[in-house]
Design a protein around this ligand. Sequence first.
Ligand code: FE2
Length: 203
Amino acid sequence: MRFAIIPVPARSEIVAKTDEAQPQYKIEYREIQAFGTLKDLPLGLSDNARKQSVSILNQVLADTMMLRDLYKKHHWQMSGATFYQLHLLLDTHYEKQAELVDMVAERIQSLGGISIATPHDVAEMTRIPRPPRGREDVPTMLARLLEAHKIILEQAHEGAKTADESGDDGTNDLLVSDIIRSNEPQVWFIGEHLAATALQRAD
Ligand SMILES: [Fe+2]
């Protein structure tokens, strides 16, 4: 059996001819607000207070994004007798940290600032040490998470005080009610797994 050769139409016949049907995606990228600047918004806060809060929150955001992703790394790379329990627990913590990321980023935008967003920003700004690409043992993974929580909590306590002094109650509330109050129980839950308790009596 022979196949009929279908003639290929010229490109001018394939591409829609009307401008209305054609998305104009070949555009020159344009920035409309520089990072570090503030929009003028009627929030009843001084520019200084907003600037200070945006800077604190962007640091908390970078570290929280890093912790969120550390949770996913360790969720994937978990091992050992408690694999299933820790695999699930770390994903629960990941979900909460992802929620916090969104809350902090949107608070920054509410203040008229610009939140960092990409992994490039996080890698440049975070103070949480970079883990290896390889897989670590369970105590190392858990200790790494606790270290990251500590860095975020210290920053949140300090930031909450600064926001309180400048009159930025919303940022103070976010740092206390969401960041501090969510990170503390996560430290508790992870920390308990590092207690040297035997599952059965050994003697
Ligand atoms: Fe998963």
